[in-house]
Design a protein around this ligand. Structure first.
Ligand SMILES: Cc1cc2nc3c(=O)[nH]c(=O)nc-3n(C[C@H](O)[C@H](O)[C@H](O)COP(=O)(O)O)c2cc1C
Length: 149
C-alpha cells in the first residue's frame, strides 16, 4: 500500500480544509495517509512515504508561512529522488500576482529535492468550494497514478 504525508500551514483553517480534502481523497484511493501541521513536521519525514504533499497559505504579498520557514529551508537539503510530490494551497485572488505564491515556491523547493511532480499545482481561492474539491480529488488521483508507475 502506498503511503503519503500531507503537511499544511494555516492561520484561519482554509489550508487545513485543503489538506483534509486531499487526505480523504488519497485514503479513498487506498493510500495510508498521515496529515501534519507544518511546525510539527520535519522534511526528513518525507523519506518514509511515497507521496509528499504540501498545503501552504501565502501571506504579506507573496510571503511564505512564517512558521514554515525552517521547514522550507530544510526541505531543500533533502534528497527525495523516487518520491512523487504535489502542492495545493489556498490564497486570495484579491492579491493579484501574489496569489498563492507560496504554492509555487514550495513546488520549486520540492522539485529541487529530486522528487517527481505528480500533478500540476492547485490554487484555491479562500475556502475550497465544490469545484475545488473536484480539482483536489483529481490532484490526488494523479499523484497515486504517478506513484504507481
Ligand atoms: C495580511 C494578509 C496578507 C495576505 N497576502 C496574501 C498574498 O500575498 N497572496 C495570497 O494569495 N493570499 C494572501 N492572503 C490571503 C490568505 O492566503 C488566504 O486568506 C488563505 O485562504 C489563508 O489560508 P488559511 O485559512 O489556511 O490561513 C493574505 C491574507 C492576509 C490576512
Amino acid at each position: 500500500m502506498a503511503k503519503a504525508l500531507v503537511v499544511y500551514a494555516t492561520i484561519t483553517g482554509n489550508n487545513e480544509d485543503v489538506a483534509d480534502i486531499i487526505t480523504d481523497a488519497l485514503e479513498d484511493l487506498g493510500v495510508e495517509v498521515e496529515e501534519t501541521e507544518m511546525t510539527m513536521a520535519d522534511p526528513a519525514d518525507f523519506n518514509d512515504v511515497d507521496i509528499c504533499v504540501i498545503c501552504p497559505y501565502t501571506y504579506d504579498e507573496g510571503a511564505l508561512p512564517e512558521e514554515g520557514l525552517d521547514f522550507y529551508e530544510d526541505l531543500q537539503e533533502e534528497d527525495l529522488t523516487g518520491k512523487v510530490f504535489g502542492v495545493a494551497g489556498s490564497g486570495d485572488t484579491f492579491y493579484g500576482d501574489d496569489f498563492c505564491v507560496a504554492v509555487d515556491k514550495f513546488g520549486e523547493a520540492l522539485a529541487k529535492t529530486g522528487a517527481t511532480k505528480g500533478s500540476e499545482n492547485v490554487r484555491v481561492n479562500l475556502a475550497p468550494d465544490e469545484e475545488d474539491v473536484e480539482k483536489l480529488d483529481q490532484f490526488a488521483k494523479e499523484l497515486v497514478e504517478k506513484a504507481g508507475n
